[in-house]
Design a binder for this molecule. Structure first.
Ligand code: SF4
Ligand code: MG
Length: 330
C-alpha cells in the first residue's frame, strides 16, 4: 500500500488565558501526540465525542491550523513547518467538506461562482475551461447546469452538501477531509451523500479522512477507523477488526452504544459513565481512567502508548501491555 500521509507525534495545543492580566495559564491539548498513516486511496474514519480533538486534527493536517509540534509528511515531504505562502501547491491537493454546507457556502455567491472560486484562486485554468468544469462537476454530484445561477438557500441540505462537494473537487484534489459531512442531514439523505462520496472517490482517485461522532456512518464508508479520546488515539484498526474485536474499553463502549439490528451480534453492554472530562484539565495517566470499567492502579499514573496488536490493529491501553519492570534509580 502506498502512503499518502505519515502523521508523526502531532500536537496542537491552544493557550488558555486566565486572571486579570489574561496571561496564558495552561493549554488545551486538543491534539496530543498523535501518530498514524493514511494510505493512498483509502477512507480513514476518525471517531470521537465532541471535544476529542478530531476536527482540530483534520484542520491541522490540512495546515489550516499551525501544529504545535510533530510532523505531517505528505508524499514524503514534511509540510508541518511550511509557511502559508509555501503551502499553495498543497492547498490544491487537499480540500475539506464541512458539516454545515449552509454555513460554509457564502450565501451571496451563486452556485456557479462558489464552484469556480477555488479554481480562480489556484489560477490554473482559463475562464472557458473553468466554466466547463463547473458544469462537469455539477453533473458529477447529480445537479444540472441550471444550478449555476441559483443561490445556496434555494437548495435542500442534501443538495447544498452536493454543492460543497463539487466545490471541494474543483481543484482536482487528491485528499479530502470530510468533517462530519452528513451529520446535519436526514438519515435518508445521509446514505445518498455517502454513496456519492464513495463513487467520486473511485472516479477521482481520492483519499478520504472522514470525521464523525457516529460510528455507524464511519462503518459504512471507512476502510480503517481510528478512535480519539481527549486528543489521543485510543485505537486504530481495519474496519472489520475494529468492529468485530474492539480492544479498547472506550471503543467497546462506543460500539455497544450503536443500536444493532443484528440479534446475533448483541454484545455485553459496557456502560460509559460520566461526561467527557475537560480537555484543559485531562485526567492523569490514561485519560479514560475516570470512565473506564477496567481501570486499575497503573492507569492513573502511566499513559498508555499505541501498541501493535497485529494486522494493523493498534491500541493504547494497559490491558494489553506487560507492566514495565520497575527500575529504581537511587
Ligand atoms: Fe481503561 Fe486502563 Fe486501558 Fe485506560 S489503560 S482504557 S483506564 S484499562
Ligand atoms: Mg472507499
Amino acid at each position: 500500500k502506498d502512503i499518502l500521509f505519515e502523521i508523526k507525534n502531532l500536537k496542537k495545543y491552544f493557550p488558555v488565558k486566565g486572571g486579570v492580566l489574561q496571561r496564558t495559564v495552561g493549554h488545551v491539548k486538543a491534539v496530543d501526540d498523535v501518530s498514524f498513516t493514511i494510505y493512498k486511496g483509502e477512507t480513514l474514519g476518525i471517531v470521537g465525542e465532541s471535544g476529542s480533538g478530531k476536527s482540530t486534527l483534520g484542520r491541522t493536517i490540512l495546515r489550516l491550523l499551525d501544529p504545535t509540534d510533530g510532523e505531517i509528511i505528505y508524499n514524503n515531504e514534511d509540510i508541518s513547518g511550511l509557511r502559508q505562502g509555501k503551502l499553495r501547491p498543497y492547498r490544491k491537493d487537499m480540500q475539506m467538506v464541512f458539516q454545515d454546507p449552509y454555513a460554509s457556502l457564502n450565501p451571496r455567491m451563486s452556485v456557479g461562482e462558489l464552484i469556480e472560486e477555488p479554481m480562480i484562486v489556484q489560477n490554473t485554468l482559463s475562464k472557458p475551461d473553468r466554466k466547463k468544469m463547473v458544469v462537469d462537476l455539477l453533473e458529477k454530484v447529480g445537479l444540472g447546469p441550471e444550478a449555476r445561477g441559483k443561490y445556496p438557500h434555494e437548495f435542500s441540505g442534501g443538495q447544498r452538501q452536493r454543492i460543497g462537494i463539487a466545490r471541494s473537487l474543483s481543484t482536482r484534489p487528491k485528499f479530502i477531509i470530510g468533517d462530519e459531512p452528513v451529520s446535519a442531514l436526514d438519515v435518508s439523505v445521509q446514505s445518498q451523500v455517502l454513496n456519492l462520496m464513495e463513487d467520486l472517490q473511485d472516479e477521482f482517485d481520492l483519499t478520504y479522512l472522514f470525521i464523525a461522532h457516529d460510528l455507524s456512518v464511519v462503518k459504512h464508508i471507512s476502510d480503517r477507523v481510528g478512535v480519539m479520546y481527549l486528543g489521543r488515539l485510543a485505537e486504530i484498526a481495519p474496519k472489520d477488526s475494529l468492529y468485530d474485536k474492539p480492544l479498547h474499553p472506550y471503543t467497546q463502549a462506543l460500539i455497544a452504544a450503536v443500536p444493532s439490528t443484528d440479534v446475533l451480534n448483541v454484545r455485553e453492554k459496557t456502560p460509559l459513565k460520566g461526561d467527557l472530562p475537560s480537555p484543559s484539565n485531562p485526567p492523569t495517566g490514561c485519560a479514560f481512567h475516570t470512565r473506564c470499567p477496567k481501570a486499575h492502579d497503573r492507569c492513573k499514573v502511566e499513559r498508555p502508548e499505541l501498541t501493535h496488536m497485529g494486522e494493523e490493529h493498534y491500541v493504547a491501553c494497559h490491558l494489553y501491555t506487560e507492566p514495565e519492570p520497575v527500575v529504581k534509580v537511587e
